[in-house]
Ligand binder design. Structure first.
Ligand code: PLP
Length: 389
């Protein structure tokens, strides 16, 4: 179906942070399949582990115990300091369960029609529930009637939530990306204070706090979970994209209070949690530890941003350069979609989101030289673009 506006290029092979066309042209990938290829391409240990798993067992039903699923569940419980996981195949699926849990919690509170607080400019996926929760008309238009049960507030605005808390008694959860990805790499002005206030309001009102870390999770911000850049924990967090380095996966992770709302028959997935995806997840996390990729995300993110700031600090066509680890947004004064093809001409893969924000989400294995090259290629591209406009 004509779902995508594709760029006129295709790739045959990947190695490290590089993608290769059929003709052998080499592109520096600063997007990693939109935050998916955590370990870059063809990581030898990763390829070996999943190849072995393919030989042993790709899929077995959740009718049976799946040892690899228990192992990944335990590892995620350890890293998140929450207690249990449900595995599925994508971000929107993980969010579907988070929304179902919020509703179960609401009914537990004896609310007949529970509602969830969601944010302007949020993106949670393309299923009916997740597009209804998303804060973008572009995503929703044409799909009405939308799913009801969402109350929208501006992102990074605690007063708006306080106001709802003072009036409404139908809320059961707050659902938010700690850093908005598709919405323009929006980082709360005071990350710690915003997350802490959200936790406080949720505790006071007995609402669940649910974080969508499908894009910002799995080490990208220099911690396993973005919320670990603060001192609080959510009740539920969702992951997908980078968790298995390219093998489809999603995870909804919850504390005891939230996971106890689920019982056999309430949710499920045919493919979710199969041995191949679980080994891909386990191996991704193992290699991330072995290669200190959290620290690397911090230092390479810092390096790229400092080089960009040096070049553009006093340029009034650049509104802001913001980042946490290797989640980087460069907001321009004007629309800049055309930059993507200009960058491609310079053999650099980037993306523009929310019309005016260049987004970089490179693989977490990016080394110093490659980080400098990303910055150099991007500076050249932005300067070419600014000269033309
Ligand atoms: N949530 C966030 C924050 C995302 O960035 C995305 C995808 O971009 C999704 C959910 C949806 O994930 P998927 O495309 O795997 O369904």
């Amino acid at each position: 179906m004509p779902t995508y506006q594709r760029l006129p290029i295709s790739f045959k092979k990947g190695e490290g942070v590089w993608l290769y066309t059929k003709n052998g042209d080499k592109y520096l990938d600063a997007l990693s399949g939109i935050a998916v290829n955590t370990l870059g391409y063809s990581h030898s240990k990763f390829v070996k582990a999943i190849s072995q798993q393919i030989k042993n067992l790709i899929h077995v039903s959740n009718l049976y115990n799946i040892e690899e699923q228990c192992l990944l569940g335990k590892e995620l419980a350890f890293l998140s300091e929450l207690s249990a996981s449900f595995f599925c195949n994508s971000g929107c699926e993980a969010n579907e369960l988070a929304i179902k849990i919020a509703r179960l919690h609401g009914h537990d509170l004896k609310i007949q029609q529970p509602e969830i607080i969601v944010m302007d400019n949020a993106f949670h996926g393309r299923t009916m529930a997740t597009l209804s929760a998303s804060g973008s008309r572009k995503v929703q238009a044409g799909f009405e009637p939308l799913m009801s049960g969402f109350v929208r507030v501006p992102f990074d605005n605690i007063d708006a939530i306080q106001e709802i808390a003072s009036k409404k008694n139908k809320i059961s959860a707050v659902f938010v990306e700690p850093i908005q990805g598709e919405g323009g790499v929006n980082i709360p002005q005071n990350f710690e204070s915003y997350l802490k206030s959200l936790r406080g309001i949720c505790d006071k009102n007995n609402w669940l706090l649910i974080f969508d870390e499908v894009q910002c999770g799995v080490g990208r911000t220099g911690t396993w979970f973005a919320y670990q850049n603060s001192t609080i924990k959510p009740d539920v967090v969702t992951l997908a994209k980078g968790l298995a380095s390219g093998v489809p996966i999603g995870a909804c992770i919850a504390n005891e209070k939230a996971s106890n709302l689920i019982s056999p028959g309430k949710h499920g997935s045919t493919f979710g949690g199969n041995p191949l995806a679980m080994v891909a997840g386990l191996k991704t996390l193992e290699i991330m530890k072995e290669e200190s990729l959290l620290d690397n995300a911090l230092s390479q993110g810092q390096l790229i941003v400092s080089l960009l700031k040096k070049e553009f600090e006093h340029n009034d066509k650049i509104i802001s350069i913001r980042h946490m680890g290797l989640m980087i947004g460069i907001e321009l004064r004007n629309s800049c979609g055309a930059l993507v093809e200009l960058a491609m001409n310079n053999k650099l893969l980037i993306n523009v989101t929310s019309d005016k924000t260049i987004r970089l989400l490179p693989p977490l294995i990016l080394n110093n030289d490659e980080a400098q090259l990303v910055a150099r290629k991007l500076v050249k591209t932005i300067n070419e673009f600014l000269k033309k406009t």
